[in-house]
Ligand binder design. Structure first.
Ligand SMILES: Cc1cc2nc3c(=O)[nH]c(=O)nc-3n(C[C@H](O)[C@H](O)[C@H](O)COP(=O)(O)O)c2cc1C
Ligand code: SF4
Length: 399
């Protein structure tokens, strides 16, 4: 190991866990769960990442209930999923890595038509991804959502997961409660920062109580929604401090953006609108043609693009922070660790090359191959994959 890069490949503690290095695979919806089934492809997706040297791989978006699915091909972390997920966690462990389950309720981002069941929001509003009106939740419905989180968390422990990542980002249900533009409630879950954060914080407490100290609990947390009148750092930072003071999580993974209102904010780079339109039913494709540029504004890609915002959080919080967003180079990881971040998470760099962590470790590469074309995004409907990697596999001599 080069003396200039000691920390990256040294084991490190995350709550009750010891990670073999500082690199985590960020949740990227795998798109191989037809009607929620746990397939061999899903197991292999994570086994491959684990073989590639990543310390902790995140199974993307496990819904806590049928209503909380993004669409019908999303898995629900219910009792029936335990045996299949146990196969997945066993496969990851056999490769020397650990497994995390991202749990959430999609709220305004849940496709109600595909799911065949109504979703929930903090306040009633029309949602394009929700395919119509999503009603503000009653207090009784929210109590049931908390129970769903508890059940999912216990099921994750039984399935052998080492960590849970509770999704408090991207304007999914818990995130939308914190956003002033989406939460217009006047009861105990709306209004002041304390009240808008009360429901997500209640869920974090319930999840921690359900799993105890057996596994790590991580919150994927929005620093900013990236939309006018949405959550911004002036509010998210005080909320993060409240979450830290509550003491229910072991680490915070920092993100931003809104799958409801600003879908490119947490990707940056090119907008694959043509590929998106082609992946959708005709009527949705037409809608995208008109609303796409509004829904997916272009942001130039920059390496480590969330660093300026994340530094504000690092300066104010003591708990371990996972830096995410546009990490493609080893020196970015080294600088992040030098800057006080305990871990980094990588999404697209690992889709492009699941072996890139081993290559970093063995000094065979110091940069990943992802070019941030974002053409992997529309592949979530047909099996998430990097289109360049796929092209190389199919015609290696031609590319
Ligand atoms: C194909 C794809 C699917 C994604 N699915 C999810 C998801 O299910 N849950 C989530 O929180 N983030 C999801 N993300 C966002 C990533 O976790 C990450 O925040 C984003 O890609 C930025 O990190 P990167 O620059 O390392 O790719 C997805 C990203 C991609 C590219
Ligand atoms: S398709 Fe491949 S190269 Fe393009 S953004 Fe996705 S992972 Fe990166």
């Amino acid at each position: 190991m080069s003396p200039s890069r000691p920390a990256v490949f040294e084991p490190a503690r995350l709550g009750p866990l010891t990670l073999r290095n500082r690199i985590i695979k960020a949740a990227t919806f795998e798109g191989v769960m037809p009607h929620g089934a746990i397939t061999d492809e899903l197991v292999e997706f994570h086994a491959e990442v684990a073989r590639g040297g990543t310390a902790l791989t995140t199974v993307a978006y496990c819904s806590v209930s049928p209503a909380g699915r993004v669409h019908r091909d999303t898995l629900v972390l219910d009792r029936e999923s335990i045996a299949g997920l146990r196969r997945l966690t066993d496969a990851v462990h056999a490769e020397g890595a650990l497994a995390s389950a991202q749990i959430g309720h999609a709220g305004l981002v849940a496709n109600q038509i595909s799911n065949g069941v109504r979703s929930l929001a903090p306040s009633t509003r029309i949602s394009p991804p929700g395919m119509g009106l999503v009603r503000g939740a009653t207090l009784g419905q929210l109590d049931r959502v908390v129970e769903d989180y508890e059940h999912a968390a216990r099921n994750a422990v039984e399935a052998g997961f080492d960590a849970l990542e509770v999704h408090l980002g991207h304007n999914y249900l818990l995130s939308s409660f914190m956003s002033p533009n989406l939460n217009k409630r006047t009861d105990r879950y709306g209004g002041s920062l304390e009240k808008r954060s009360a429901f997500p914080r209640r869920v974090l407490e319930a999840v921690r109580t359900a799993v105890g100290d057996k596994i790590a609990v991580i919150a994927k947390f929005n620093m900013t929604d990236g939309v006018p009148q949405g959550l911004w750092i002036d509010e998210s930072l005080p909320i993060a401090k409240m979450i830290e003071a509550d003491g229910h999580i072991d680490a915070m993974e920092l993100t931003g953006g809104s799958s409801l209102l600003n879908g490119m904010y947490f990707f940056r780079g090119e907008v694959p609108l043509r590929e998106f339109m082609a992946s959708q039913p005709k009527v949705v494709g037409w809608g995208l043609k008109f609303y796409g540029p509004k829904l997916f504004p272009t942001y130039p890609f920059e390496e480590g693009f969330f660093l300026p915002e994340a530094r504000q959080f690092r300066a104010e919080l003591k708990l371990p922070i996972i830096l995410l967003g546009g990490i493609n180079r080893l020196d970015t990881i080294e600088h992040a660790l030098e800057g006080g971040f305990e871990f980094v998470a990588m999404g697209r760099a690992l889709l492009r090359d699941p072996d890139v962590v081993n290559k970093f470790r063995d000094e065979k590469a110091d940069e990943g191959l992802c070019i941030h074309c974002n053409k992997c995004m529309p592949t979530i409907y047909t099996g998430t994959r990097c289109v360049i990697r796929e092209a190389l596999r199919e015609t290696p001599q031609a590319v």
